[in-house]
Design a protein around this ligand. Structure first.
Ligand SMILES: *[C@@H]1O[C@H](CO)[C@@H](O)[C@H](O)[C@H]1NC(C)=O
Ligand SMILES: *[C@@H]1O[C@H](CO)[C@@H](O)[C@H](O)[C@H]1NC(C)=O
Ligand SMILES: *[C@@H]1O[C@H](CO)[C@@H](O)[C@H](O)[C@H]1NC(C)=O
Ligand SMILES: *[C@@H]1O[C@H](CO)[C@@H](O)[C@H](O)[C@H]1NC(C)=O
Ligand SMILES: *[C@@H]1O[C@H](CO)[C@@H](O)[C@H](O)[C@H]1NC(C)=O
Length: 620
């Protein structure tokens, strides 16, 4: 009864708070209630305990007071999903996808969020989402990405401007949701967000916002190109895609050497991108080209266990991107998500945003990471089946990085890590840096291994497992010889330190290394010599799907989608709602482009998806 009334009140507020106000420079901060999303069409929630969702646009232009009323200024879009279970304390996490220009709906609808496609155009709630114990905020940034918007001449060109934009968004976020000002806060994301996240963390730490930032996490990140480019070949050899000293290897070696020569020419800063290396990724694995049923196929650069059609080579993956794009193209969905102010349709990755971002002379985030590590813990994680931002490159980066007084991890021991009695990966921590390798997972590791990824983030955030009695806390996991305490029935939860029977961590590690090498060797297929003239960045140029999805068995990754989720009422969340309702009543009153194509784009970007396609095969 109470719930129902709440929804009606919120509904009215949403209607009365018309969107043009959001688009123009708002004089007042909108109320939290105006962001409340009572329901989303075809998202099948537990009717008794629906997720608490807030979504909409917040201004991200610090100069807004100086803008003309007709200016289209930068507005970032977010979806916030409140934690649905209580843990030892409250936590808040901002999530970012990569690109530049890729929407965080990737994370929300395919990775760490609560929903997975039901195969019929809708979405089911599924276990494993990070909103279980943590309030998650998925941010579309920089402006122009996903449902965020700005005039195209305001697309950001540098990490610094992106940071300014995010900080302004954050300032407004805390105005709307002041109750989060004191909640432990984390930033997480993947791929090119390996650039965003350290920069944002650094900006937050140096700002006057006094955000209680407690850590950052980057999955398969693009952080240190100087180390990551040259290791493509090493990774390919390690996983059996290339045989050392074979003709294919010799050519890959030559391409790598050429790239290294180009990298060495870059002095005075750490490059974020090197022109002479753009094609290296595909050059190294071009022996993986093959014909299947008359179709040219190439390695999926995000998951080396899979192949994709040429020239997409992974852009068609994961298959969920198709239903997600269709869903987010629906007017009723856009309206429910408070995204009407965004012109045009949602695209996964907007090339205009990418084009405007001038990465060529930018200092990569590897120059910032050590400063961040002085202040807060950092988690670098990597799905081990990813090629584009593979773990070998990340390990090379860690080995050569100097932070907190030393270089590399030092003498700390890597531990085996298991979740649900299955080897999940390896784990090592040294001087505020944690590195976790996730077995059997792609570039989008949480897509393949949601429970493992969740266990990882809970561990990183220092959850007190002894004080969690519901949900994922029941999934056993262990790190080295230490098992996670499990609360069983009415028994008192006790941390146990019983050694894992059988193997030592080293034996375990050796066993899994062997397993992987054998598994990957099977992937070495007919060698077909061909070249692709496109360059591929970490999750850089994802396109709208046009081609039929390859539905062979290998690509239908089981997601263990569960229709039934036990939702716990979060008393704190209820309290917040009450307060918001109260407050809402009180306040109710109220590039420079690198390519000529951008110049043809109208000032106000309408999100034309066709622009995506040209960008894919630049240098074609
Ligand atoms: C805000 O305005 C100042 C002064 O005009 C300018 O230097 C700065 O770049 C602007 N910031 C943004 C994010 O547009
Ligand atoms: C890039 O970072 C390095 C520190 O690693 C610094 O010395 C250099 O001045 C920076 N360059 C630019 C252009 O910011
Ligand atoms: C690590 O992070 C903590 C905050 O969690 C900070 O107090 C400390 O100074 C950092 N540095 C080292 C070397 O641990
Ligand atoms: C890896 O995935 C394969 C296929 O999905 C599965 O058979 C195997 O058990 C997995 N291995 C691990 C260590 O999870
Ligand atoms: C974890 O939670 C348990 C149960 O609430 C409590 O007894 C213990 O002191 C907590 N541990 C830490 C390190 O806070």
């Amino acid at each position: 009864m109470f719930k129902c009334c709440l929804s009606i009140v919120y509904g009215l507020l949403v209607v009365s708070y018309t969107l043009p106000h959001v688009r123009a420079a708002p004089q007042d901060v909108p109320s939290a209630a105006s962001f409340y999303v009572p329901s989303i069409p075809d998202i099948h929630q537990d009717p008794n305990n629906p997720l608490k969702i807030y979504a909409g646009h917040l201004s991200a232009d610090p100069n807004i007071t100086r803008a003309q009323s007709t200016d289209v200024t930068s507005h970032l879009y977010f979806v916030m999903i409140k934690n649905r279970r209580i843990a030892d304390k409250r936590r808040l996490m901002f999530w970012f996808n990569g690109g530049p220009g890729c929407s965080s709906f990737d994370g929300l609808m395919m990775e760490v969020g609560p929903w997975r496609t039901d195969g019929k155009g809708g979405f089911n709630v599924q276990e494993g989402g990070w909103e279980e114990y943590t309030t998650m905020v998925y941010v579309d940034q920089p402006a122009g990405t996903g449902f965020s918007y700005t005039s195209t001449d305001r697309y950001v060109r540098t990490l610094e401007t992106a940071s300014v934009q995010f900080l302004e968004f954050l300032r407004n976020f805390y105005e709307v949701f002041p109750e989060y000002k004191t909640v432990d806060t984390y930033l997480a994301g993947e791929s090119f967000a390996g650039q965003w996240i350290p920069a944002f963390a650094n900006a937050i730490i140096k700002s006057s916002l006094s955000v209680p930032l407690r850590g950052i996490a980057v999955g398969n990140g693009w952080i240190d190109p100087r180390r990551q480019y040259p290791t493509y070949i090493d990774f390919a050899v390690k996983v059996g895609l290339l045989e050392e000293n074979s003709d294919a290897w010799k050519e890959a070696k030559k391409n790598t050497d050429d790239c290294v020569t180009e990298i060495n020419k870059v002095q005075g800063h750490e490059p974020m991108q090197v022109k002479g290396c753009e094609r290296l990724l595909l050059q190294v694995v071009k022996n993986q080209r093959k014909k299947v049923d008359g179709k040219d196929m190439c390695l999926n650069i995000y998951d080396i266990r899979l192949h994709d059609t040429v020239p997409e080579c992974g852009m068609n993956w994961p298959p969920d991107i198709k239903p997600v794009t269709t869903f987010l193209g629906r007017k009723d969905v856009v309206h429910a998500l408070h995204a009407d102010a965004h012109p045009g349709s949602w695209v996964e990755c907007r090339s205009g945003v990418h084009t405007a971002f001038y990465e060529k002379s930018e200092n990569a985030s590897i120059t910032i990471l050590p400063q961040v590590l002085e202040k807060i813990p950092v988690l670098i994680f990597a799905g081990d089946q990813d090629l584009i931002c593979n773990y070998v490159g990340l390990e090379a980066m860690i080995k050569e990085m100097t932070w907190n007084g030393a270089t590399g991890l030092g003498t700390v021991q890597t531990q085996s890590w298991s979740v649900n009695a299955t080897p999940a990966g390896t784990w090592v921590t040294s001087r505020n840096l944690t590195y976790a390798k996730i077995f059997n997972a792609s570039h989008m590791a949480p897509f393949d291994a949601p429970h493992v990824a969740h266990d990882m983030i809970l561990r990183f955030m220092g959850f007190n497992f002894s004080s969690i009695f519901e949900g994922s806390a029941k999934i056993p996991s262990s790190l080295g010889t230490v098992k996670k305490p499990i609360f069983i029935g009415q028994e008192e939860a006790k941390p146990t330190t019983a050694p894992v029977p059988g193997k030592t961590p080293e034996q375990d590690k050796a066993m899994w290394e062997a397993y992987y090498n054998a598994g990957s060797a099977a992937l070495v297929l007919i060698l077909i010599f061909a070249g692709i003239g496109s360059f591929i960045w970490c999750r850089l140029r994802r396109r709208r799907l046009r081609l039929p999805i390859n539905t062979n068995e290998e690509e239908s990754i089981p997601l263990n989608a569960s229709r039934h989720v036990e939702h716990e009422r979060d008393p704190e969340a209820v309290a917040v709602d009450d307060q918001e309702l109260y407050e809402s009543r009180q306040r109710k009153g109220k590039g420079r482009a690198t390519e000529p194509e951008s110049q043809q784009v109208p000032i106000f970007d309408v999100g034309d998806s066709d622009e995506e396609d040209d960008r894919l095969h630049r240098g074609g």
